[in-house]
Design a protein around this ligand. Structure first.
Ligand code: NAD
Ligand code: UDP
Length: 310
C-alpha cells in the first residue's frame, strides 16, 4: 500500500484521482483549501479508513510522510484564476516550491499537473512537447500560464540540482462529472445553459478549437505517468487529439440534451487561444496511453451528472 498525497484533491480532477487511487488499494491524503473544490466532490470517500483530508493552502509549507505526491492545487477555470491573479501565481509558484521541498525532504516521487496553457496561443499545430509556446507575460491569463511555466522550471531544476524524481504532465481541456456548474468553463457552461433552455454563449465566432478529454481517460494517464520508470520525467501531453470548433461543441450539446436553446455570440476574451490540439505521440510511446472515450459518450455521462445536480 502506497501513501499518496494529492493537493487540490477536492477539485474536479483531484476528486476522481482520489477515488481511483483508493480503489487501487492506496492510502490517500487529500489537501485542499476549498477555493474552487468542495467537500461534496469527495464526500463519498469519507467512509474509507484509508482516506484523509486536511484543509490547507499549499502556499504554506506542509510536513507529512508520503511515498508520492500529485500536485494539482490551482484554480483551472479562467474566471476563477483571474478572480485573484496574485494568489493564482502564488499557488503555482510558492505551492510548487513547498511541494518540491517536501518531496526532497522525504524522498518522494512528485507529479505536476501542468497545462496546455504553457503553449499559450500556439503558432505550432498540433502542439508537441518540444514547442516552447507563445505566451503573453502580462495579460489576464498570464497569472495562470506563467505560474504553470515557472512551476515546470522549478520541477526540472529540482530534478537537475537535487536528482528529485519528477513527472510533469501537460493536461489539455478535460471535462466530466464533478466540474463546478458555475466555473465558467465551456463544457459546464454549455451543458447548464442547454439543460435550462437558455441562450448558449459562444465567445467570438465559435471557430476557435479545443480538444476535449474525458476525465476517466485523463486520470488513467496521470497514474500511468506516475508509475512509469524513473527516466521518464516528461513533460508529456495528456489530452484527446480530436479537435472541435467551439460552435460544434455547442451544437453537439444542444442535440444530446434535446434543448431549445439558441446560440448567441459574445466577445472573445483577451488572449483566448485560437487552436489547441495535443500531439500525444510521446504519451503513446513512453507510457502506452491514449484516450478511448468519445466526445459523445463523455458528454452523455457529464450531462447526466449535471441533470442530477439541477
Ligand atoms: P479545480 O479548480 O476543480 O481544482 C483545483 C483544486 O485546487 C480545488 O479543489 C481548489 O480548491 C484547490 N486549490 C486551489 N488553490 C489551492 C491552494 N492554494 N491550496 C490548496 N488547494 C488549492 O480544477 P481542476 O480542473 O480539477 O484542475 C486541477 C489541476 O489540473 C490544476 O492544477 C489545473 O491547472 C490542471 N489542469 C486542468 C485542466 C482541465 O481541463 N480541467 C487542464 C489543464 C490543467
Ligand atoms: N467559451 C465559450 N463560451 C463559454 C465559455 C467558454 O465560447 O461560455 C470558449 C472560450 O472562449 C474558449 C473555449 O470556449 O475559446 C474554452 O474555454 P474554457 O474556459 O473552457 O477553457 P480554456 O481552454 O480557454 O482555458
Amino acid at each position: 500500500m502506497k501513501k499518496i498525497l494529492i493537493t487540490g484533491g477536492a477539485g474536479f480532477i483531484g476528486s476522481h484521482l482520489c477515488k481511483k487511487l483508493l480503489d487501487e488499494g492506496n492510502d490517500v491524503l487529500c489537501i485542499d483549501n476549498y477555493f474552487t473544490g468542495c467537500k461534496e466532490n469527495i464526500s463519498s470517500l469519507f467512509d474509507n479508513p484509508y482516506f484523509e483530508v486536511i484543509r490547507h493552502d499549499i502556499c504554506f509549507p506542509l510536513y507529512v510522510e508520503v511515498d508520492e505526491i500529485y500536485n494539482l492545487a490551482c484554480p483551472a477555470s479562467p474566471i476563477h484564476y483571474q478572480h485573484d491573479p496574485v494568489q493564482t501565481t502564488k499557488t503555482s509558484v510558492h505551492g510548487a516550491i513547498n511541494m518540491l521541498g517536501l518531496a526532497k525532504r522525504i524522498n518522494a516521487r512528485i507529479l505536476q499537473a501542468s497545462t496546455s496553457e504553457v503553449y499559450g496561443d500556439p503558432e505550432c499545430h498540433p502542439q508537441e512537447e518540444s514547442y516552447w509556446g507563445n505566451v503573453n507575460p502580462i495579460g489576464p491569463r498570464s497569472c495562470y500560464d506563467e505560474g504553470k511555466r515557472c512551476a515546470e522550471t522549478l520541477f526540472f531544476d529540482y530534478h537537475r540540482q537535487h536528482q528529485l524524481d519528477i513527472k510533469v504532465v501537460r493536461i489539455f481541456n478535460t471535462y466530466g462529472p464533478n466540474m463546478h456548474p458555475n466555473d465558467g468553463r465551456v463544457v459546464s457552461n454549455f451543458i447548464m445553459q442547454a439543460l435550462q433552455n437558455i441562450d448558449i454563449t459562444v465567445y467570438g465566432d465559435g471557430s476557435q478549437t479545443r480538444s476535449f478529454c474525458y476525465i476517466d481517460d485523463l486520470v488513467n494517464g496521470m497514474v500511468k505517468m506516475m508509475n512509469s520508470s524513473k527516466n521518464i520525467t516528461g513533460p508529456i501531453n495528456l489530452g484527446n487529439p480530436t479537435e472541435y470548433k467551439i460552435v460544434e461543441l455547442a451544437n453537439a450539446i444542444i442535440k444530446l440534451t434535446n434543448s431549445k436553446s439558441k446560440i448567441i455570440l459574445k466577445p472573445l476574451p483577451t488572449d483566448d487561444p485560437l487552436r489547441r490540439k495535443p500531439d500525444i505521440s510521446s504519451a503513446k510511446e513512453n507510457i502506452d496511453w491514449e484516450p478511448n472515450v468519445s466526445l459523445d459518450d463523455g458528454l452523455k455521462q457529464t450531462i447526466k451528472y449535471f441533470q442530477e445536480k439541477i
